[in-house]
Each structure stands twice: as C-alpha cells, then as structure tokens.
Design a protein around this ligand. Sequence first.
Ligand SMILES: Nc1ncnc2c1ncn2[C@@H]1O[C@H](COP(=O)(O)OP(=O)(O)OP(=O)(O)O)[C@@H](O)[C@H]1O
Ligand SMILES: [Mg+2]
Length: 507
Amino acid sequence: MLELKNVTKTFGNVVANDNVSIKIEKGSIHAIVGENGAGKSTIMRIAYGFYTADSGEIYVDGKQVEIKNPEDAIRLGIGMVHQHFMLVDTMTVAENIVLGAETGGAFNLDIEKANRDILALSNELRLGVNPKAYVEDISVGAQQRVELLKALYRDASFLILDEPTAVLTPQETEDFFNILRRMKDQGKTVVIITHKLEEVSAISDRVTVMRDGKVVGEAKTAETTSKDLARMIVGRDVLLRVEKTDADPKDIVLEIEELEVSGKHGDALRSVSLNVRAGEIVGIAGIEGNGQTELIEAVAGLSPVARGSIRLNGAEITKYSVRKRIELGIGHIPEDRHKRGLLLDSDLEENAILGVHYRAPVSSAAGLLNTSYIDRRTRELIENFDVRPPNPHLSAKSLSGGNQQKLVIGREFELNPKLLLVSQPTRGVDIGAIEFIHRKLIDLRDNGSAILLVSAELEEVTALADRLLIIREGKIVGEVDPKTTTKEEIGLLMTGGNFESAEGRTE
Ligand SMILES: Nc1ncnc2c1ncn2[C@@H]1O[C@H](COP(=O)(O)OP(=O)(O)OP(=O)(O)O)[C@@H](O)[C@H]1O
Ligand SMILES: [Mg+2]
C-alpha cells in the first residue's frame, strides 16, 4: 500500500530521519515503536505531506508519488490523526470535521447534510459520536474518535495514528482497537505509533522499531516479545516494573477537608477529604472524568473551590493564588502539557524558569534576569532529564512529545517541591524514560516530598502508590492497599459495579 524508500529529513542540524525505508502492506495494521525523538512522527508526517523529505521516494500502490502537502495525501486516500489533537473546543463535532474539507466553502456549508453524513459514518463503525455536540463537552476518548472520523470523512483508506491511545483509558483503548479491527475488515490499512508494547501485540500484524532516526528492526508481531522489543527500542534491557521499598510517611503535608468543586455538568467534587504525608505517594485511580482533574487543579490553585478547605503543612491555602502556592512549595505536572505545562513558542530556557521567573535566583530584586544562572539551570535540567536534542535555545514545540514531557517533569522536580501534584506523568514517554521517571518519583518520595498522583494507567498508579484511593463521580469511594489489591477490586470500585458507566460521565 505504502512504501517509503531511503527517506532523509533534517531540521537544522538534527537528523530526524536518516535513510528510512518502511513498507506497509495493504489491509494490515502496522506498529511503529521507538524512543522519544526517534523520528516516528516525522516519517509519518512526511507520508502525510505535513513535512517534505530532503531526499527519498514514496510509493502508493506501487506507483511513485509526490506528496507535497496534506491535500496531496488526502487525494491519495491517506489520513492522519496527530499526536496532539487539533480540534477547536468551541465548535461542534461536525464543524470540526468539515473544517478544511468542505466542498462549498465555509459560508454556504450545508451543516445539516454534514450532520447526517457524519452520523451515518459514525454508526457504520459504531463510534458513538454525536455530530452536534460541542468538542469541549465530550470526553477525550470521544475526541479521539472525532479525529478518526475527520480522516474517514475525507475517504481515507490508509490511516496514520500517532499515539492514539496515549490519552485513553484502558476501556476506551479496547473499544478503539475494536474499531480498528472493523476498519481492517473493511480493507483499510492502519499505521499506529505507540509506546505501549502490550498494544503492539494486541493490535498489530507487523512492527518496525526506530532509533536515532533510523530503522533498527522490523518483524512479524507474532514472532517477537515485549522483552525483545524493549531491548531493540532502548538498546539495553529495561525494567518493565517498578521497584521500591515501603514508604516511611512522616507529617501530614496536604490536608483536604470536605472539598467541593463545581464543574460544567454539576458538582465535579463532592465532599472529598484526604491527606498526603511527607514521604508517601498517594495514588488516585478512577475512570477519566470523575473528578481527578478538578481535584489536582483545585490544590494547584487553578480552579475555584466552592466549599471545604485545603491545608499545606497546617496552613490554610484554599484561597491562595497559584504563584503563592508555588512559593510555598507546591509543584504541578499537569495532564495536558500543551494547555498548562509549556509555552510552546518559547525556548527551553524560558520554559525551564516558568513559574519562578520573577524571583531570586532567576531574577534580581530590580527585576533583571540572571542569564548565567538561567543558562546553567537549563543545561542541568536538560542533562539530568535527558531532554533531546540538548539545545537550550530550541522552541518547546520543536521537541518530540516525550521530550516535552521530560522538560515539564524536570522543571518541577528541580524545584524540589514539598508537595508534588502529578497527572499522567508518563503519557507519551518511551519505556526507557518511564523507568527513569518512576525512579525519580520514588527518589523524590524518599527525600521527603509528599506526592499526589493521578494516572489513567491502572498498573502505573498501583505500582507507584503507597496508598491508593478510588474516585467515582467526584467522591472518594474507597481505599485499597496497592500491594494486595486486584484489578477486579479496583474496577468494581471505579465503576460502582455498574459497567455501563465505564465509558465515563461526560458522554
Ligand atoms: N518541526 C521541527 N523542528 C525542529 N525539530 C524537529 C521538528 N519536528 C521534529 N523535530 C526533531 O526531530 C527529531 C524526531 O522527532 P519526532 O517528533 O519524529 O520523534 P518521535 O519518534 O515521534 O518522538 P515521540 O515518541 O517523543 O513522539 C527530534 O529530535 C525532534 O526534536
Ligand atoms: Mg511523536
């Protein structure tokens, strides 16, 4: 179906793709794996015409083609769902889907027809998407399906999915894979980029491994194991599980009492009480959209509290500004690095001092930036957290997704927070870096930080947490011992025994 031959692509002096050749068979599901920055997104963006290669050839159905822009790709039946969604929140699903694809131009767009067509397409693959819903009101999983519909609406028979499951819950991932299987049965071809090795074996027929811009391995999925793949990806053996000693909790650092937060659809948090001690990791497990985001954001000072109190080391901080909380030692690794974690157009230096830029030692009392300090601090962060490429003057948006995440994590860790709020710390990060981030979180705990952790990855939160609380519909509905609990026990608490609600509340 698609062949990329000897493709090379450089950005400045970074060789993103170095003589890459990949063949994708028609009607197959083909996985591409590899470290952050290995060149996976770049090679597929070349196939989609988002970038043009410096050299190399592209063949579709055996014929050499030129793909200069996404319009060329769409004409050839190629669609792509990007690593970071490109939907406009304040528009409806249908408006998002026809944007750029409308035949009549934006002014005489037949929205009724679009609604009908999209609903039909959605029903055909059982996507469960409502064309008239506003994007900001639907769950992340549904947004993912909208992105998929956007490609299918333009008649794509070849779909490139760049880390489509990074933001999905396990249940949503399973549903999503069933959709991919139905697409395969219809004769469509799929390329899926992922960091989750269990997904490679669950869904793909073949797998290509990339490292440092090159293809370093290619195999039939059935003939490999996760261990082999891990070794090929990182170039060494990787610890695929977390190793830690028991926590030694000290004083209470964070104390939340009967916290209530209002959300878009009623109460987001209902009378939540919990505490986190110095030297322990408290995990929050739950189906996405059950109040996790609101809980973290309330403690970080990003969303207003309706009732209840938040105390840090005994002092009431419920009404404090974000800046004040940072000064008191609260660090925050947000779930959405683009919305909350980074200034994408700014360089690594500016991002490295975000949040502490106005005070010593970054700025002098007179408000002058201490450039030599900033330079040193940024280089240390890059070095300690292996941010690649190691150039402090690159813009954050030119980093690969996983390297952006390492930058945010590094910045918050280097502040040595008394309390660290962490959401989805390893989203989009490669397996080597996951091992590293897990290690760092445990080191931070052992150095006496209190850590409140939210993750959609049940295995991650169970492995890291010293205590595990389950949240459902804005309430803490139980606490389990992560060492002895089972998936079933947690699942039951998360859904309340009601598996219908496993899709989340927002749909
Ligand atoms: N627009 C750009 N400008 C400058 N450099 C870029 C740009 N896009 C990618 N790069 C660089 O090219 C290299 C490959 O990036 P790419 O995004 O393809 O990696 P990836 O394998 O998709 O990584 P990840 O798993 O983190 O998403 C990286 O070093 C990245 O910083
Ligand atoms: Mg990528």
